[in-house]
Design a protein around this ligand. Sequence first.
Ligand code: IFM
Length: 402
Amino acid sequence: MDDLFTLPDGFLWGASTSAHQTEGGNTRSDWWAFEHSGLTDRIEEPSGSACDSYHRWPEDMDLLAGLGFTDYRFSIEWARIEPSPGEFSAEALAHYRRMVEGARERGLRPMITLHHFTAPLWFTERGGWAAAESDELFARYVEAAAPVFAEGVDHVCTINEPNMVAVMATGLRTVAAGGSLPAVGLPSPDEATTEGLVRAHRRAVDSVKSCAPHVRTGWSVANQICRPEPGCEERAATYQRPRETVFLEAARGDDWLGVQAYTRTRIDASGPLPVPEDAERTLSGWEYDPQALGAALRHTAATVAGTPLIVTENGIATADDDRRIAYTSGALAGLAHAVADGVDVRGYFHWSALDNYEWGSYRPTFGLIAVDRHSFVRTPKPSAAWLGAVGRTRVLPTAAAS
Ligand code: IFM
């Protein structure tokens, strides 16, 4: 392949955030209640004011557009839009509509995620996704949120990482019962939650299409990138099926499928293996693996042939911004090679635009832009300028930076 890889016209080039991780004060959500429940010591600190992006979103968008990004993926918060069952907040809907318009005014195309891990507390108290009515309740919220995405939005992601939502359902039940989580690998996803999520996705796609037929809908799966030891392929497939494959297969027929890749999962006959002692670890404790993205794209394309892919998350938690550039250039080289080999990739969103709340802690810093925890002052890192410039030149690296 040539040394240079030019992004095709229309390729999405952006960064991602989620509401709970950046807005602050998401007090009507299940996660807010969980953060204050004392159920687990995995919550080092509550989300609090997060990045105060509920108020500072214009600044976030100014920075992203100024850096050279053309797209911004953010989520709207169900718990703010429907804080009590069937009661919809005109203020929250107007707020998110202003964000869509604000993005467009700055030359950013918004991709809207309807659910990114958090739900209204009342929904979870009614049994969450495992409840028989969950798809109905989600569809009602999606239809109420239609004014947010009916104009100026081309892409809607129904549910972020539904596979992690199903895994977390088991995890939460386990810690609530005083049990412990597996030391390595992910718990088994809760089956009723998986079924509810798949039903809810299908209902949400129909709801979005009926309100806004032009919108291209999909969902985003957390790719596990299983790397079996020789002879352990069957074991890897058994591990992967409920934790990833069923969610990829549920995307067949969608307009696009979101790929979210960070690291690999090593597997032998006993199951997932710990990160080797001598491997480099990121601040999230994951193995440093820029090749994860290319592998995830190829695996997803092989599993759901014919569905266009969008990288909706990829990045690294590190305090060393040179390492972020090295990781990301390696990941983008993997993307370029996958596209050259015929994988249909339509966009790349880096995780994350901002250093934000990483589900229990502010320590793992994934951001292209640093956020001061007290003043909320934003400071773009060199990686932000570097990745924005890739968007401006439209030329991807085809080899990792050292
Ligand atoms: O921060 C999360 C995000 O909310 C979902 N995908 C993985 C990211 C890093 O852990």
